[in-house]
Design a protein around this ligand. Sequence first.
Ligand code: ZN
Ligand code: ZN
Ligand code: ZN
Ligand code: ZN
Ligand code: ZN
Ligand code: ZN
Ligand code: ZN
Ligand code: ZN
Length: 412
Amino acid sequence: MRCGDQCPGFRVHGWRKICVHCKCVREEHAVRSVPGQLEKMMTKLVSDFQRHSISDDDSGCASEEYAWVPPGLKPEQVYQYFSCLPEDRVPYVNSPGERYRIKQLLHQLPAHDSEPQYCNSLDEEEKKELRLFSQQRKRENLGRGVVRLFPVTMTGAICQQCGRQICGGDIAVFASRAGHGSCWHPQCFQCASCSELLVDLIYFYQDGQIYCGRHHAERLKPRCQACDEIILADECTEAEGRYWHMKHFCCFECEAALGGQRYIMRESRPYCCSCYESLYAEYCDTCREHIGIDQGQMTYEGQHWHAVESCFCCALCQLPLLGRPFLPRAGLIFCSRSCSLGEDPNNSDSCDSALQSRHAQHNRHCGNSDKCPLHCSGSEWSSYIKWLSSSKRLLLTSSTHSSRKWLRSILA
Ligand SMILES: [Zn+2]
Ligand SMILES: [Zn+2]
Ligand SMILES: [Zn+2]
Ligand SMILES: [Zn+2]
Ligand SMILES: [Zn+2]
Ligand SMILES: [Zn+2]
Ligand SMILES: [Zn+2]
Ligand SMILES: [Zn+2]
């Protein structure tokens, strides 16, 4: 099910922080209106950030026209600031830009990164640790960019992001954590990890870079791919460069535990083999049988075959085509132009001129037409085939890693 008209409304999963109907995360869920409770949570979060923010300006109060404006600017400077941003990022009231802002507030500043009450089931020790983690980040890294007109009397500066000039009279964003005089073009004030504009100019500074809250937290601790919370436990599951709480490394469909089990990853979500087979397994275009997850599979433009000679072969003469160029036509694959035209393959004329000239052409390219048929990249001959071996599709077991070790390795 996709979001929009088909989802009856956001209903949160027991612990995954996604909608049980359409599986979207909250910020990706069709943001038609923000539910009251969520609105309250966001307001609290932002005011929280503002309290801790080292900017001495008052908060950016909304005007009638905009849902948010940078604090301390004259109306014409507000206009100058927003004119630097892409139109669909300007938070005009009731516009795509306002919806973008809400989405980014939820995404860049996850409530569960700072408030234990938004987490699933932390024990007392973990609650304490999360509070400490969040306080420390606010104390040492959090800041809010200040928008100012670059003085006309000054020679200008270099934008920290794009390296281009900021001239006197330009509007620029300053971030005091990054050092006195460090500044950015308004459109360049973005997270070093996700490259999104930093929502409401809230940034976290670390090792010479500015980040959004989400990605700054992830520089310090692993985040669970399933529940989206920071992992505070000593151990977690790691697979394909991502992390899970041990108990959250389970099938996305049936929630069967997958630690030490065979699983298949799809869009960064692990599935048990039987759920994967029933949801996503493909059918062979030749024999119409289901292609098991342990079987080799050939894939071409949305079509699938068993990777065996009897299935992946010329539709007319049954010549095996594994490891050879083939000619797709009307949903079928053929060994030659004559087969694709339905001509009798036993006809002595089957050595047709099109094929010959193709080979001759290829010869001129690499002079090795006998050895490398796969190099033929003519408009008709398709050699783009993907060989998905069973070993590539199936990943066995998940390893357990200490998150502390992980932390040490990233800080080293
Ligand atoms: Zn949805
Ligand atoms: Zn939904
Ligand atoms: Zn720039
Ligand atoms: Zn980011
Ligand atoms: Zn989790
Ligand atoms: Zn399952
Ligand atoms: Zn088959
Ligand atoms: Zn053929």
